[in-house]
Design a protein around this ligand. Structure first.
Ligand code: ZN
Length: 465
């Protein structure tokens, strides 16, 4: 068992024993799995749903481990040190903790959950913001609009659950961004329409129910999402007692998940990957600048407001010239923000290459906000969206634990695009070759293949991918 119940003080002593306990039955299951492989080939492909696993694991997956990915929206990296988090600490001791998880640009919820899911930057995966205009569709994507959230045409790349389903592996998702839409025509086997009112305990209990299903229909990949920390951070700021309370709340819920997994017969086959999409920065209405003070907004469409906003400029011939005029006027007038026309956006953002990115983006310095007009003035509390490379407070968390993960390891911060290839490797899936992430970034956290039982499994199956 990778996490002794109440093993807060138990340190790493359980792990060698855990691996011994694992080795014999797991190897037996491996042998069984290999023996079953020809049967899988003989099985008529037509019996399976061509758009996914059809709700049944193909024979090659029956002996594979399980991965539960949990996102704690807006959980800033330093919350783990500033607040009491006994259950996150259990995971860190038994597994790996990173100093931080670096978001893609922009450090917003939808772009980053989808970067974690697809291993891609926004220019490639296409969710360039929480709300954005698509000039080709002539339509707005909005995170609050189910008709866009559930429409697969908005989603590029290949979320990890789609990779799994396409290879005949059952998956499930409780509210992970992107999992309500058929991407490439594929949904997780089980998924839920987002409803922030569903109690966190109910989400955990559903995950545990999924893990108790018969092996044929049991999901090997489960995605889970909690919003409590982000909600408190926006309303009250990252240094508030409300954020501390929210961290305690999700830590308690995490404990319920850990104890529940520990009690399962397959508990020692489960990997847990804990992430967050971004951090949080304190903001105030006093630290805001308004575009209307510097440019004429006639014929300019303003999307968003806060750490950054996006501008689309109307018109034909004079359009390029007007964009340059707006850029220079804003850069003369704004003290704590900078405007970039598309061509001037930094390459490292991996952003401007997507046609959904506006004509201009106006990005504020840490702690400042940019807003179109005073009709919808800047707010206080907390915000995110700043340049993740230059704003450490935008970093989230990464922890992982499980039979193939080393125990007690601390690693430097890394970019969230590298999570996808790790999950694909843990599940023995062929990763989407188009990803930006690389397996070598997180490969050092895996158990050396020569000593772990699951490593033996990996070697035995290495010919297949
Ligand atoms: Zn978020």
């Amino acid at each position: 068992m990778w996490l002794a119940a109440g093993g807060v003080r138990n340190r790493m002593r359980v792990y060698p024993g855990m691996r011994l306990k694992l080795s014999v039955p797991l190897l037996r299951r491996v042998a069984l799995g290999l023996a079953l492989a020809p049967l899988a080939l003989a099985h008529p492909a037509a019996a399976q749903d061509p758009a996914g696993s059809g709700g049944r694991n193909s024979a090659e997956h029956l002996d594979k481990p399980y991965v539960v990915v949990v996102s704690f929206d807006g959980f800033r990296r330093d919350y783990l040190d500033r607040f009491e988090t006994p259950n996150f600490d259990r995971v860190a001791r038994a597994g790996v903790r990173a100093d931080g998880l670096i978001p893609i640009f922009p450090s917003k919820t939808f772009p980053n959950h989808y970067a974690i899911a697809t291993g891609m930057h926004a220019d490639k995966h296409g969710l360039v913001d929480n709300n954005f205009w698509d000039p080709e569709f002539g339509a707005m994507y909005r995170l609050s609009d189910r008709s866009t959230v559930q429409d697969g045409r908005w989603y590029g790349g290949e979320p990890i659950w789609v990779t799994a389903e396409r290879q005949g592996m059952v998956t499930a998702s409780y509210f992970f961004v992107g999992s309500e839409a058929p991407v490439q025509g594929v949904l997780p086997t089980d998924w839920r329409v987002y409803d922030g009112d569903v109690p966190n305990e109910a989400r955990v209990d559903q995950v545990l129910e999924w893990l108790r299903r018969p092996v044929e229909t049991r999901p090997h990949l489960i995605m889970l999402y909690f919003s409590a920390v982000d909600d408190a951070g926006h309303r009250h700021g990252p240094d508030s007692p409300e954020v501390e309370r929210a961290v305690h709340e999700v830590d308690r819920v995490l404990g319920r998940l850990l104890d529940g997994i520990d009690a399962l017969p397959i508990g020692d086959e489960v990997h847990l990957v804990l992430v967050s999409d971004h951090g949080m920065e304190g903001v105030s209405p006093e630290r805001a600048e308004y575009l209307e003070d510097h440019i004429d907004l006639e014929g300019v469409r303003v999307i968003g407001g806060g750490p950054y906003l996006t501008l689309w400029v109307e018109g034909d011939e004079a359009r390029a010239e007007r964009i340059e005029q707006i850029e220079s006027a804003l850069n003369r007038g704004l003290e704590h923000a900078r405007a970039y026309r598309r061509e001037a956006m930094p390459e490292r953002w991996r952003y401007a290459g997507n046609p959904r990115v506006g004509d201009l983006i106006v990005l504020a310095e840490r702690g400042y906000q940019v807003v179109g007009t005073r009709e919808r003035p800047a707010w206080g509390g907390g915000a995110h969206g700043y340049d993740p490379e230059t704003t450490p407070s935008m970093q989230g968390i990464f922890l992982a634990v499980g039979p193939r993960i080393q125990a007690g390891l601390r690693i430097p911060a890394f970019r969230n695009i590298h999570v996808y290839p790790l999950i694909a490797n843990l599940l023995g899936l062929r990763p989407n070759p188009e990803i930006d992430g690389r397996l070598d970034v997180l490969e050092p956290i895996l158990q050396p293949t020569t000593v772990s039982a699951t490593g033996a499994w990996q070697r035995a199956n290495s010919h297949s991918y």
